[in-house]
Each structure stands twice: as structure tokens, then as C-alpha cells.
Design a binder for this molecule. Structure first.
Ligand SMILES: [Zn+2]
Length: 468
């Protein structure tokens, strides 16, 4: 297979630019030969100045990243969304006029009847190519276009406009003598025959993360369209450390079968989803996914992994240089982060190789345990509201609650303070702060809200007692 790619979703909890160079070394060592970089708000585009994430890399840092890719024979494939997944732009007042459905419309996709959205996209492409002049393959995204957005300008013929816009974006890239890749799902859903309306040579990237539709893949491949596959090797809404990997392995196995059957498919992307949209909390990230990248490469190079036990044990030895038995490793792949603590602690303290990844896994797992702790403590207060407001909650109950909120916050803040220096070796402080805001401070605020209600409930109980 020509392209064995991993997806570097920069809306994720991105590593520092400096540490990312080490990650490239590790990916190359595993056999990954392409990285699909989805920049979102982490690239400092001049045309969208003022809206970049505070942890965005500089253009110099991106150049260093590209240089290291080249040194490691990794193809850097820029991905710039051309239709939807544009909240990172459209949430700002400056770009509201481009929203599908008008200024109060969708922050998710721009209106394809507005020419300015195409012009902005082209300008962004130019800036990317100025930083990555050696690009030979460009991914224009274009997945999950929503057809149900009410819009006076385009709702009548949105699908036509979609196909025309994708075709134009493809031509724009092809004129620069590059190959262009498009996610396939809109065509799959609304008319696969329309793919023929795109310029010749466009690569259809078929993403299927659960059940694979082999008949569809067969039709696409047989029609002569160049096709890539895409699996989901990491995505979990809650866990950040080694979330359950079995469904991911199953998805890669299914793709392994397809690639064996259709050797004419020329590439595969293992996707790692950093968060649902740019406004949702962080979830998966690249260093977290180094087990699954190894699993993917092994499958793409040598076919389906028949003996997972052998592979997992081998991974422990090869990647971390540690003789970990299967049962210990498999305990790592489960829902309860507490189970994983012994193995990640052992790895962090003893791994002769890739101690960086071991430390990150340890740190993310410790964060997951803290999350598990604070979310399982106080989730069922709402149904008690009238009891509190009426002053009917007994003193022991309110006292317990108030005391546990205090303890929970103190314990969690202590845990976070201990983890911070370790995590800042690998992640920018702004990203760390954002993560803590989303997952922890938001919860503390919520508990603070309840603390006020429950403190006054305690007073009311005492007043009611006096009345009796
Ligand atoms: Zn529209």
C-alpha cells in the first residue's frame, strides 16, 4: 500500500511543536509514511488573523514539522475543510456573513451560494502551500455536509452546489499538480453516481468506522475511482488515556480484510478524533494512540492480526522494551481507568524505550481517574431540588454534601497540580488550561452553584426545626 497515514487532528489536545517532532520519529519507526494534518484554528492564517487558538503553532514551527516529516519519509498531507466542520471560523462575528442560512444560521458550514466562502478557502490553501511547498497530496475534507439547514440562498439546490463546489476545490488543487483527496460520505449518502462529476483523478477516501459496506466499496473500486480507506483508531467522548481499544481493533481488522481483497486501493488513513466539533471538550490525541497506530501498520503491511495476544505482547517488547504479559496489557484496555494504573505506573517508571509515551499515558490515565471521581460524586442533585428549596433535607444530608464538595475540589486540585509539570513536558500550557477548564473547572462551577443551594437548604432546615 502506497499511503499508510495517520490523522493528526489539531483540534485535539495537541502536543507542543517541539515534542511533535519526536512523535514523527516514533510514527516513522512504526512504519507510518503519511500524516494527514487537520489544522483547524492551530495554523496562524493571515487571512483569518485574530481568531487563532492561543496554542496555535507558528509558521516556523510548522516548517520544522514539515522538515522532520521529509527527513523521516513521511508525506505531509494538509487537510483544509472546504464545506462543513467550520465552527472554528464561523463562530466568530467576522465570518457570520458566510454562514449557511444567514448570520443567525449554521456555524457548522458555510453557504455554498456565497462566492466569498470559496475565495477565503483558496486564500487559506495558498498560505498552507507557502509553508508546505513540497505538498504532493491535499485533502479537502468535504464530509458531513448538512442538507437540512434552512437557507434562502441555497436550500433549493444545495446538493448541486455541493458537487460543483467540491469539483472547483479539486480543480484548484489539481492545477497545482497535486493529488486531491475527498471524504466520500456525502456522495455515498446522496448519490454516489455524482462522484463522476468531479474531475478525473480525485481520490475518494471511504471512511467507515463501524460496519463496512463492502458492496459500496466494490462498486467504487470497480468504477476505476482511486480509493483510500479510513478507519477510526481513536475516538472516545470521555476517556483520554487508553480508552477501550477493542472496537478500534475490530474496525481495523475489517479494513484489513477489505485491503487484502482490493489491493488496488492505494491508501489508508487511521483517524484520531480530537473532539467532536471545536466547541466540544477535548478527547482523543495522537500520543495516546501509539498502540493503535502500531496495530494499524501491522494490519496494512501484513494482513489481519490473527493472534492479538502475540501482537500485544510483541508491542510491549518492541515499543516499550518491556516484557509485559498479555493479561497485564489487556487490563489496560478497559473502561475503568483505575485498572490501568499499575501498568501505566510500571511503564512510566521502568520502560527502557519510549518513556515519553509511557509518561503521557500515565498522565492521561491519572486525569481520567480524577474525572471519573468528580463526575461520579455529584451527578444526581437535580431531582432533590424541591426537597432542598423546601428545607426538607436533613442536616446530616446537607452537611455530607457540603463536606464532600469541599473534599472533592481539594483532592482534585491537588491531583491536577501534581500532574501539571509532567503534562507540560509534552503539551502547551494553553492547551492544558483549556482541558482543565472544560473538564474540571466547569464541574467545580457547577458544584459551587449547588453549594449555594444546599447551604441555604441547611439554613432552612434549621429554621423549620425552630418553627416546630
Ligand atoms: Zn445557503
Amino acid at each position: 500500500m502506497e499511503i499508510k497515514a495517520v490523522h493528526f487532528d489539531m483540534k485535539s489536545m495537541i502536543p507542543t511543536a517541539e515534542y511533535s517532532l519526536t512523535l514523527l520519529d516514533e510514527l516513522a519507526e512504526q512504519g507510518i509514511n503519511a500524516v494527514v494534518v487537520e489544522f483547524e484554528d492551530k495554523f496562524p492564517f493571515d487571512v483569518t488573523a485574530g481568531i487563532h487558538h492561543p496554542a496555535a503553532w507558528t509558521k516556523e514551527e510548522f516548517r520544522a514539522f514539515a522538515k522532520r516529516c521529509k527527513e523521516r519519509n513521511i508525506e505531509l498531507i494538509p487537510l483544509l475543510q472546504s464545506i462543513g466542520h467550520l465552527d472554528y471560523l464561523l463562530k466568530y462575528p467576522k465570518f457570520r456573513n458566510l454562514r449557511d442560512g444567514g448570520p443567525e444560521g449554521s456555524s457548522y458550514q458555510w453557504c455554498l451560494a456565497i462566492e466569498e466562502s470559496y475565495e477565503l478557502w483558496c486564500a487559506m490553501v495558498e498560505e498552507l502551500l507557502e509553508v508546505f511547498p513540497e505538498t504532493t497530496i491535499f485533502h479537502i475534507g468535504a464530509d458531513e455536509c448538512r442538507m437540512n439547514v434552512p437557507c434562502e440562498l441555497c436550500e433549493e439546490n444545495r446538493l448541486d452546489l455541493y458537487v460543483k463546489r467540491v469539483a472547483r476545490c479539486c480543480e484548484y488543487i489539481q492545477k497545482k499538480n497535486m493529488k486531491v483527496v475527498v471524504w466520500d460520505d456525502v456522495f455515498r449518502k446522496y448519490g454516489e453516481e455524482k462522484f463522476a462529476l468531479l474531475p478525473e483523478g480525485v481520490i475518494s477516501c471511504v471512511w467507515m468506522y463501524c460496519k463496512l459496506d463492502e458492496e459500496y466499496i466494490d462498486r467504487m473500486v470497480s468504477s476505476g475511482v482511486e480509493c483510500w480507506g479510513a478507519s477510526c483508531i481513536q475516538a472516545h467522548k470521555f476517556f483520554h488515556a487508553m480508552s477501550p481499544q477493542e472496537p478500534k481493533m475490530r474496525n481495523v481488522d475489517a479494513w484489513g480484510k477489505i485491503h487484502q481483497k482490493y489491493p488496488q486501493m492505494t491508501g489508508h488513513i487511521g483517524t484520531i478524533w480530537g473532539r467532536n466539533q471545536c466547541q466540544s471538550p477535548f478527547n482523543s490525541n495522537l500520543p495516546q494512540s501509539m498502540f493503535m497506530t502500531a496495530y494499524l501498520v501491522e494490519t496494512l503491511e501484513n494482513g489481519i492480526i490473527e493472534d492479538r495476544k502475540k501482537f500485544i505482547t510483541g508491542f510491549g517488547r518492541k515499543f516499550f522494551g518491556m516484557d509485559l504479559d498479555y493479561n497485564t496489557m489487556i487490563n489496560y484496555f478497559c473502561y475503568e481507568p483505575g485498572y490501568s494504573e499499575p501498568i501505566v505506573t510500571e511503564l512510566k517508571e521502568k520502560a527502557p524505550r519510549h518513556r515519553d509515551i509511557a509518561e503521557i499515558w500515565y498522565g492521561l490515565n491519572a486525569l481520567d481517574q480524577l474525572l471519573f471521581y468528580i463526575y461520579s460524586c455529584f451527578s444526581h442533585n437535580d431531582c432533590m431540588l424541591t426537597t432542598y428549596l423546601d428545607g426538607m433535607a436533613p442536616r446530616e444530608m446537607t452537611r455530607n454534601w457540603l463536606e464532600s464538595v469541599r473534599l472533592c475540589k481539594e483532592d482534585t486540585e491537588k491531583g491536577l497540580a501534581e500532574l501539571k509539570p509532567l503534562m507540560l513536558k509534552y503539551f502547551p500550557e494553553k492547551v492544558w488550561e483549556e482541558f482543565i477548564d472544560q473538564r474540571f473547572r466547569a464541574k467545580f462551577e457547577r458544584n459551587e452553584y449547588w453549594r449555594h443551594i444546599i447551604a441555604s437548604a441547611a439554613l432552612k432546615w434549621e429554621e423549620n426545626l425552630k418553627k416546630e
